[in-house]
Ligand binder design. Structure first.
Ligand SMILES: [Zn+2]
Length: 138
């Protein structure tokens, strides 16, 4: 099962009413962040990944170097969570990948077992190697 990051509890077909079944497209191919914002994009396919406003910390370490911690991301899919021992202790983490080009980007902290690490729960790590700053800002 893929865990959807967005809450989508609205199920079609509930309640039996069929007269006004609006055929709205259910598949969104790509989310776009507001153009006025400084954004990080997937370096492989240029899909938007995160807004600079959502950046929490730049001082994380990924398998390929520096990684950033974000409060929220877009266009990112999530694999199953599993327990891993990281530099900062035991965590339940899930791999995250670009929904557009399927490249693994980093991971999501599903659960932290040490109280000092709880602030990372529900947050996302994206490795710098997979991101590009949009619009050339510093
Ligand atoms: Zn991509």
């Amino acid at each position: 099962m893929w865990a959807a990051s967005a809450c989508c509890s609205r199920q079609a077909g509930e309640g039996g009413g069929s007269a006004t079944a609006a055929r709205t497209p259910v598949k969104t191919f790509q989310a776009y962040l507001p153009p006025a914002h400084r954004t990080y994009s997937c370096i492989h396919c240029r899909a938007h990944l995160a807004s600079h406003d959502e950046l929490i910390s730049k001082s994380f370490q990924g398998s390929q170097g520096r990684a950033y911690l974000f409060n929220s991301v877009v266009n990112v899919g999530c694999g199953p969570a599993e327990e891993r021992v990281l530099l900062t202790g035991l965590h339940a983490v899930a791999d995250i990948y670009c929904e557009c080009c399927k490249t693994m980007l980093g991971w999501k902290y599903e659960h932290a077992f040490e109280s000092s690490q709880k602030y990372k729960e529900g947050k996302f790590i994206i490795e710098l190697a997979h991101m590009v700053k949009e619009n050339g800002w510093d």
